[in-house]
Design a binder for this molecule. Structure first.
Ligand code: GLC
Length: 433
């Protein structure tokens, strides 16, 4: 079929027109994107041999641990308390619809069985088991989609050469051939997309280590889509999306914000599904000293905000070296789940609503219904300037209590009963005509 005909067909299928250059996503890919946009909430897991040191996933570079010293870590990695089913159940109870786990992080250690290297959990640790396999099986059983984080950057391999701007103090790295590194990644990605059933997506990271490198994205993205056309590709390069990518990610920032200095600029935001990732405390990998656990209110409001910006939230936990997730974090996840059981309708399956988000409020929308999320309980008079949609009725979410409102050229004014104010989120349901 000619490409132009295919494009027209895709446009008529009722999906958004996501075409990028000559990359034409398949119907199954477009369907997966829609699923992803509706899912809204996922669990990010950073787990590797670094967890033993309790100092985050960057510990190798942070403490300048030489290659040979770091390579002793797998000998001590024996997560006998790991229970894939428990993790998946926990994610489900939190209201999450997918899990994204580190298959190989910047330290170069593979948390799965790989024939492309012997630096793997199966070949180097006393545990010997492929944890991704167990997770894939539990996810399949429980109807949770599984995504793999995959690092482009590698502090261990000699063929990750020329080296990038990080890990320069790590001793023992030799020189090798870049082509061999690219082939290694292709071999591993082939394994990840062949041995673990249907994969929700591949989450690349580390591009920023070598801004001018030729990562062979065309070939790598094609390989992934050839193996599993529905598999969504995202890349944490902090730039506008590139050809072949299926969603856009934002690290520790809502789309358009740049509190981290690396977030995409507002003009880089495209119309692909969006995903914001954030840590439950202040670290990705397990950090023993991290006391910056976010409160129930912060976490739930982050999820609401993400949805108000039309984005998913991928919330991270860093499991401990024994395979357990810190009880405090499990507790926080369950609290979000409890909130979602009651208010999930205003989050799942929504898009960004018509009321521009600010620190007081965001809005989400499903069909004719706009959910105005009034955050922080500041006051019971709400004014939305220049609200020009025609309104049928307004009520408090979850009750039949109609609310009086005034709409004129200046905007929409609403008065809430004082008793309805919720310190986390007061939700007002606006039905449009
Ligand atoms: C950053 C960090 C990396 C982490 C990622 C998650 O890129 O370098 O360690 O995995 O953020 O978003």
């Amino acid at each position: 079929m000619k490409k132009s005909i295919l494009l027209i067909l895709v446009a008529f299928m009722g999906f958004k027109n996501y075409s990028q250059g000559d990359y034409i996503p398949t119907a199954s890919n477009l369907e997966a994107r829609q699923w992803f946009e509706d899912a809204k909430f996922g669990l990010f897991i950073h787990w590797g041999v670094y967890s033993i040191l309790g100092d985050g996933e960057w510990v190798m570079q942070k403490q300048n641990i030489s290659k040979d010293a770091y390579e002793m870590l797998p000998d001590f990695f024996n997560p006998i308390e790991f229970n894939a089913e428990e993790w998946v159940q926990m994610a489900k109870s939190a209201g999450m619809k997918y899990i994204t786990i580190t298959s190989r992080h910047h330290d170069g250690f593979s948390m799965f069985d790989s024939n492309a290297t012997d630096y793997t959990i199966v070949k180097r640790t006393p545990y010997k088991k492929d944890v991704l396999k167990e997770l894939a099986e539990a996810c399949k059983k429980e109807g949770i989609k599984l995504f793999f984080y995959y690092s482009l950057l590698d502090w261990n391999r000699d063929d990750y050469f020329p080296r990038g701007r990080t890990g320069t103090g790590i001793m023992g790295r030799k020189q090798g051939k870049w082509d061999s590194y690219i082939n290694f990644m292709k071999a591993q990605l082939t394994e990840l997309l062949t041995n673990y059933g249907d994969i929700g997506g591949i989450w690349f990271d580390g591009d920023w280590d070598k801004k001018t490198a030729n990562w062979h994205y065309d070939e790598i993205y094609k390989l992934i889509h050839d193996l599993q056309p529905q598999c969504l590709i995202g890349n944490n390069h902090h730039e506008a999306v590139k050809k072949g990518e299926d969603f856009q990610m934002f690290e520790k920032d809502l789309p358009g914000k740049s509190t981290q200095n690396f977030a995409s600029k507002a003009e880089d935001i495209g119309n692909l599904p969006k995903e914001v990732c954030e840590t439950i405390n202040g670290s990705w990998g397990f950090n023993l000293q991290d006391r910056r656990h976010k409160s129930k209110k912060e976490l739930i409001q982050y999820l609401i905000n993400a949805a108000g910006y039309g984005s998913n939230l991928l919330l991270n936990v860093g499991p401990m070296p024994n395979g357990k997730i810190q009880p405090k974090h499990v507790q926080s996840l369950l609290e979000i789940g409890d909130w979602l059981k009651i208010h999930g309708q205003t989050i799942y399956g929504t898009k960004a609503g018509p009321i521009p988000p600010n620190t007081e409020r965001v809005s989400t929308q499903k069909g004719n219904t706009v959910y105005l999320h009034w955050l922080n309980n500041q006051k019971n008079i709400i004014f939305i300037p220049r609200f020009d949609k025609k309104i049928n009725s307004i009520k408090l979410f979850g009750s039949n209590q109609k609310l009086k409102f005034k709409k004129d050229d200046y905007g929409l004014t609403l008065k809430l009963p004082e008793s309805s104010l919720d310190p986390i989120d007061t939700i007002i349901e606006i039905t449009l005509k």
